[in-house]
Design a protein around this ligand. Structure first.
Ligand code: EPU
Length: 423
C-alpha cells in the first residue's frame, strides 16, 4: 500500500492541466456496452476507478484497449453477468446495470455494499428500471433484472429521492431507455454536467435524448446504437481541488483545461472567502491566489447547480486555516465528515454534529500521521498537509488514486514537497 508524505510550507507556483472527468468517464465507458460499433473515448483519466471499469467491460465481452487517456472499445459478445470480484471494488459499477439490461435483456450485478460516506441505497435505480418493465429479483447479494419479452418499454419516471435526484440513477435509466420501445420521460432528473456529457455521448452514437441538463429528460427509444469518438469533459472536482490548493498554499497558480460554467459554486465561494479567482475570456483557464483578508464562509451542499458534496471536504481544509467561523452542511451525504476527525489530529478546531461541521478557523496546522477514508476526504488531507508545519503522512493512498490522476506528479510540478512511498 502506498502513502503520501506531504511536507508543508512550500509555496506552489506555475500551472497544471486538469484531466478528464472521472464521474463522466465511468458512465460513458459503461454506455459503450450499448454500442454495436467501436468507440474511441478520449481524456479518460488514468485513475483506478476507470481502470476497474475497463476491466469490468473486458469481462462483459467488450474488447477494450487503453493507451494513456484514450480508451478504444469494441463490443463483441456481451454477457449479462458482471464479475463480483471487480464490481465490489467500485460502487459506481452499478451504472453497468442499465446498459446491460437494455443490450442483452438481462443484467446480473452484485448489490453495492456500505460506503464510508453514507448509506447509498439504489432503490431509485431499481424503481426506474422496473418502470421500464424490468423484473427484479434479489438473491445471494446479487440483483438480477430481466427485460420483458420484446424488450424494455418507455415510461414516465420520477428520479427524486429524499436528498434530491440521483446522478447514477438518472444515468442508468437514461442509458436503458435509449433502446426501449417508445418514449421515456425522466422527471426530477439529475442535471449534473456529467449527465449532460453522457447524454451527448449517447446522442452521438444515435440515441434521441433531449433535455439533459434540465430536470426533465426525454428519450425516444431507437433500434440500435453505433460508434463514435468522444472527448470527456474536464473534471470540475479535480479543478476545484487545485483551486483551493492555489489559495491555501501558493502566491498564485494557473489551472488550465477547466470549464468555468461548471465551477461557478467554487469560484463564488472562494471570492466570498476573500480570495482571488480570475478566469480567462474563454473560461478554460483560471488564475487563483490567496486574498489578503480571508474570512470564514457557509456552505450547504445541494444537487447541481447547487454546491457539490464532492467539494465540501476540500473546503473544510480551507476553513480550518481561515480566521473566523465557517459552517459546512452536507445534505446529500450527512455522514461525509471523516476528514474532520483526521484534520483535528493536525490541530484543526472542528465540531461535527448532525451532518454539519462548525469550523473555528485560523489554527496553525501541524503535520501528523493521518488516514484517508474516502476520495475527497483524502484530497482534504493533502490540502491541509500542504500548509501544515512538518510532515503529514497520509496512508491508504489508494482512496485518492481512485479519482485524482497522478496527484503526486501534478503537485510536484507545482513545486510541492510530496513523496509517494510504500508502507
Ligand atoms: N439515493 C437514494 N436512492 C438511490 C440513489 C441515491 O436515496 O437509489 C440518495 C443518496 O443516498 C444520496 C443522494 O441520493 O443521498 C444522491 O446520490 P447519487 O445517487 O446522486 O450519488 P451517485 O450517483 O451514486 C455520484 C458521484 C458521487 C457524488 C454523487 C452526488 C459518480 C460515479 N459518483 O454518485 O461522486 O458524490 O453523485 O453528487 O458519479 C466522488 O466522486 O467522490 C463521488 C462520491
Amino acid at each position: 500500500m502506498d502513502k503520501l508524505i506531504v511536507t508543508g510550507g512550500s509555496t506552489l507556483k506555475g500551472s497544471i492541466n486538469i484531466s478528464g472527468s472521472k464521474n463522466a468517464s465511468l458512465p460513458i465507458l459503461a454506455a459503450t456496452i450499448l454500442a454495436e460499433d467501436p468507440c474511441i473515448i478520449r481524456r479518460v483519466p488514468d485513475v483506478s476507478d476507470t481502470n476497474y471499469m475497463v476491466q469490468i467491460l473486458n469481462k462483459l465481452g467488450v474488447h477494450v484497449e487503453r493507451s494513456s487517456g484514450t480508451v478504444r472499445t469494441n463490443p463483441e459478445n456481451i454477457i449479462s453477468e458482471a464479475p463480483y470480484d471487480l464490481v465490489r471494488k467500485m460502487r459506481a459499477s452499478i451504472c453497468i446495470m442499465g446498459p446491460l439490461l437494455a443490450r442483452t435483456g438481462k443484467a446480473k450485478v452484485s448489490l453495492p455494499g456500505g460506503c464510508v460516506i453514507g448509506d447509498r441505497p439504489i432503490d431509485l435505480h431499481i424503481r426506474g428500471l422496473e418502470a421500464l418493465g424490468a423484473i427484479v429479483e434479489m438473491e445471494g447479494g446479487d440483483i438480477t433484472l430481466t427485460a420483458p419479452e420484446g424488450g424494455l418499454i418507455g415510461a414516465t419516471i420520477n428520479m427524486r429521492g429524499k436528498s434530491g435526484p440521483t446522478v447514477l440513477g438518472t444515468d442508468n435509466v437514461m442509458m436503458a431507455a435509449t433502446l426501449a420501445k417508445g418514449t421515456t420521460i425522466i422527471e426530477s432528473a439529475a442535471c449534473e454536467p456529467e449527465v449532460v456529457d453522457l447524454a451527448n455521448f449517447l446522442n452521438s452514437i444515435g440515441a434521441k435524448i433531449s433535455g439533459a441538463g434540465t430536470r426533465t429528460i426525454t428519450i425516444e427509444g431507437v433500434e440500435k446504437l453505433g460508434g463514435v469518438e468522444h472527448y470527456v469533459i474536464p473534471d470540475r472536482i479535480e479543478a476545484g481541488t487545485y483551486m483551493i490548493a492555489g489559495v491555501m498554499a501558493s502566491e498564485g497558480i494557473t489551472i488550465n483545461r477547466v470549464s468555468r460554467k461548471e465551477l461557478t459554486c467554487v469560484e463564488e465561494k472562494l471570492i466570498e472567502a476573500g480570495h482571488i479567482v480570475k478566469f480567462n475570456e474563454a473560461g478554460d483557464s483560471v488564475y487563483v491566489a490567496p486574498g489578503e483578508n480571508p474570512v470564514g464562509f457557509q456552505i450547504t451542499t445541494e444537487p447541481y447547480p447547487g454546491f457539490p458534496t464532492d467539494m465540501q471536504a476540500q473546503f473544510s481544509a480551507l476553513a480550518a486555516i481561515t480566521p473566523g467561523i465557517s459552517v459546512i452542511k452536507d445534505t446529500i451525504f450527512p455522514q461525509r465528515f471523516m476528514h474532520c476527525a483526521e484534520m483535528k489530529r493536525m490541530g484543526a478546531n472542528i465540531e461535527v454534529d448532525s451532518g454539519q461541521a462548525v469550523i473555528h478557523g485560523g489554527a496553525a496546522l501541524s503535520g501528523a500521521p493521518v488516514m484517508a477514508s474516502d476520495l475527497r476526504a483524502s484530497a482534504a488531507l493533502v490540502l491541509a498537509g500542504l500548509c501544515a508545519k512538518g510532515e503529514t503522512h497520509i496512508s491508504r493512498l489508494y482512496h485518492i488514486d481512485r479519482g485524482y490522476e497522478h496527484i503526486d506528479e501534478k503537485l510536484l510540478q507545482l513545486g510541492a514537497n510530496v513523496q509517494r512511498v510504500r508502507e
